[in-house]
Design a protein around this ligand. Structure first.
Ligand SMILES: [Mn+2]
Length: 442
């Protein structure tokens, strides 16, 4: 039952926050309570139109409410207070539905103005966590207590480990996304263009575009080599061969992040073979996961896999070792093999060594690696090896020494196919991994 798991989630959050305050106070601060702000609504410059709102991650950790100017007050040993601001407004619907399964956990104080919070705030030394120092000032919180870094670091680090409640949200977000991916693939095979495939995904998930955890990447052919390709071409597709779609769903604030690559029969046979091997490589990587493993080692393993495919498909001469030593796999997979996932699609704390915030930088040969953590039980991250033919990365190599190892004729033939990415969401368990994505694949 969601409610029981949510209750446990709130108990766990209270433990984490209590421990975080003890920790930072032992380091010289004197914080008795925290007030977490969902955020303020922003507008486009010189315009009355609001920029789509996304609540602060640490606020979403407590409450499934994606609205500006909501506040969560936590003081150890006391029932958390939810300050729900509902402005008097006849232009927009400002009402917020409070479901019993989560509402029961809080003392709810309903107000119409942010400035009224100060009067209702318990008399404690309270830190403000959120995006808007002006709001903190308005409430009467001194600037020293706005986003204290030791506290933020502690909380960021802990977000990587999920509760049962959070895992449920992530599973549902994956199940929904796979409905969308099945519809998108069908639409591609029927000859649809990028715009139509994008709509097919949203329809199958029953979501509005702004409810997505990130901008859908829907790329046909050569555009699939642009990692975060953002357009949706409406021109009628003329015999497209490749679809790369990276798209997820959001459930109570938690996002899935799933990528699938599909080909039809007219794709280059080498590319078809590469795709089949990339599917296998992704599963091989998932099978290596266990508590205690450094995420960086999973990335290295992916680069080895890419090197192996380069040799096996005559895309490169030389040995796997030569290619790795010369960082040639990175020309075909310039991103990291994945990232932490949860409330934010690239979740916080990926480069933290510990609760203190000490940083653990990615290796020099892979600066884009977003996760350098050691795997722990109930940590959730993506595994997403990629293989792309990216002209701006490859072309300069024609004139370089290491370019002599590359089969340019074949690269030229494969440019129109773009690239491949296969991405699942993974939870670390005691003896391996739970694949939060594949378990819903039909
Ligand atoms: Mn991803």
């Amino acid at each position: 039952m969601t409610s029981t798991r949510y209750d446990d989630h709130i108990v766990k959050l209270q433990q984490v926050y209590t421990a975080s305050l003890e920790q930072v106070n032992s380091g010289g601060l004197a914080i008795e309570a925290v007030l977490i702000h969902s955020g303020s609504e922003d507008h486009y410059f010189a315009d009355d139109r609001a920029i789509p709102f996304q609540a602060y991650g640490h606020f979403c950790h407590w409450l499934p409410v994606n609205q500006p100017d909501q506040f969560l007050y936590f003081c150890p040993g006391q029932r958390p207070i939810y300050f729900q601001i509902v402005p008097d407004d006849f232009w927009y619907d400002q009402s917020i539905e409070v479901a019993q399964w989560w509402g029961d956990q809080f003392q709810i104080v309903r107000l119409s103005l942010v400035s009224e919070i100060g009067r209702h705030l318990p008399d404690t030394t309270t830190a403000y966590l959120g995006s808007d120092p002006d709001v903190a000032k308005k409430i009467g919180i001194e600037s020293l207590l706005v986003n204290p870094q030791p506290l933020i670091s502690y909380l960021d680090f802990c977000r990587a480990i999920k509760t049962e409640y959070e895992l449920d949200q992530l599973r549902t977000a994956n199940r929904l996304a796979l409905q969308g991916h099945a519809a998108a693939r069908e639409s591609f095979l029927a000859g649809a263009n990028e715009y139509e495939i994008h709509q097919a995904f949203l329809n199958a998930c029953n979501i509005l575009e702004q409810e997505s955890p990130y901008t859908n990447i829907v790329a046909l052919d050569e555009k699939s080599a642009i990692l975060h390709y953002q357009h949706k071409r409406r021109a009628a597709a003329t015999n497209s061969r490749v679809l790369l779609i990276d798209a997820g769903c959001r459930v109570n604030g938690y996002g899935s992040d799933v990528t699938r690559t599909s080909v039809n029969d007219s794709a280059h046979t080498v590319f078809q073979s590469l795709l089949a091997h990339m599917e296998k490589l992704e599963l091989t990587l998932v099978a290596q996961i266990k508590p205690g493993m450094a995420y960086q080692d999973l990335h290295t393993s992916a680069l080895q896999g890419i090197a192996n495919l380069l040799v096996a498909h005559d895309l490169c001469t030389g040995t796997e070792g030569d290619l790795l030593a010369q960082e040639i796999p990175q020309l075909f997979m310039p991103h990291g093999v994945g990232h932490l996932l949860g409330i934010q699609v690239h979740d916080v704390g990926g480069h933290q060594q510990d609760i203190s915030g000490a940083s653990s930088s990615p290796p020099k040969h892979s600066p884009a690696l977003r996760n350098t953590r050691v795997m722990e039980e109930n940590m959730v991250f993506t595994v997403e090896p990629g293989f792309y033919f990216i002209p701006i990365l490859l072309e300069p190599e024609r004139a370089q020494a290491r370019g002599k190892l590359i089969n340019w004729q074949l690269v030229d033939e494969l440019y129109p196919c773009g690239g491949i990415r296969v991405e699942d969401n993974i939870r670390v368990i005691a003896d391996g991994a739970e694949n939060l994505t594949r378990q819903f694949e039909v």
